[in-house]
Design a binder for this molecule. Sequence first.
Ligand code: DAH
Length: 397
Amino acid sequence: MLLVIVIVAYTVPKLTDYSAAAVQKAAGEVLSALGDEAAEIESESEWKAFRDRWMARKNGILTQINDVWLKAAPKEAKREVGQQTNLLKTQVEQKVEGAKAWLRAPVFEVEHSGIEVLAADLEHYRLEKLQGVDITLPGVRRPIGAEHPVMRTWREIVSVFQKLGYSVAEGPVVETDYYNFEALNFPPNHPARDTQDTLFIAGQQSKPQRERLLLRTHTSPVQIRTMEKMRPPLRIVIPGTVHRNDPPDASHSPMFHQIEGLAVDTNITFGDLKGTLDHAMKALFGSSVKTHFRPSFFPFTEPSAELYVTCFICGGSGRRGAEPCRPCKQTGWIEVLGCGMVDPNVFEFVKDNGYDPRKVSGFAFGMGVDRLALLKYGVDDIQLFFQGDVRFLQQFG
Ligand code: DAH
């Protein structure tokens, strides 16, 4: 089939409709006509004629548009038409300049040098231009994205445990009091609930306490949800978003991320907990880090501990040259997570699914992803992670 494309020289039409949509449409036609004409230019002198036709003060198309559209516009449409024609003017100027740049582009010379492939390429560009794509404009550089430092840390932690045979589980962010507290052995009105700074969903008072909704304050409720669904033995990691009623500052955010771990089997001991976490910390922060467990308290583990690793910034010395090491507050140790042996009271809630506390035992742990990402990348303000400032994020590309 032979395709004949006839280009009719553009003339500025009078507008009858001055609505924004109509003016925009008319402006679109101008640009498309301009693109068509630009595609035909083959020499410097043709380009000059083209430039004068569009941009000459006296009777150039831009001037005509000014007279025929803007001056004739009714008062109430002037502002809108003015903005549109200004924008159009800039676009036309850019395209006219662009057409010249293209004339000079080395690829144009290639056509004459007889390299067929590139000449064909050029022809392809011309055809594309005829279809309204103006390749005379500078190209749009699409920046290559980078993985967000929090998500990268999240993925690294999860993958360390996946390599140990753990599966990944997830659960809802809007949670009930039952899963977030009660089944984790936080009794109603127990002061341990206060440590969680819970954000409650409004309008829940008429429900029994255990059914009331809240934003989960930790990923631990997914321990219960998973044990309800899967019988032991179990090895899972649970990454997710959690919320607390903390005003934002350099080290707090009302939304942050945690990764939880849970292993249950017939003979799990504190030794297994220590060995697993020691291995995981070495995999995450380097084989030279040492781990250290200190007694702590969580309602859902007994005994409970906090895990510290030797500071991976200063290597455990507490100093960086002559300066004190800030991330570890000169102690040489950094707290990375809470952990412990699953409290038998927790198993009682899922006993019917094979978790008889006299038969199974397990360990659990939970860590803050954002805090680890801050330390890992030497970022001093957690807010930077959530503001979406490209200048910050670009540094992780
Ligand atoms: N859920 C605890 C918190 O957010 C962290 C935690 C501590 C999780 C000990 C655990 C654990 O699984 O065993 O503060």
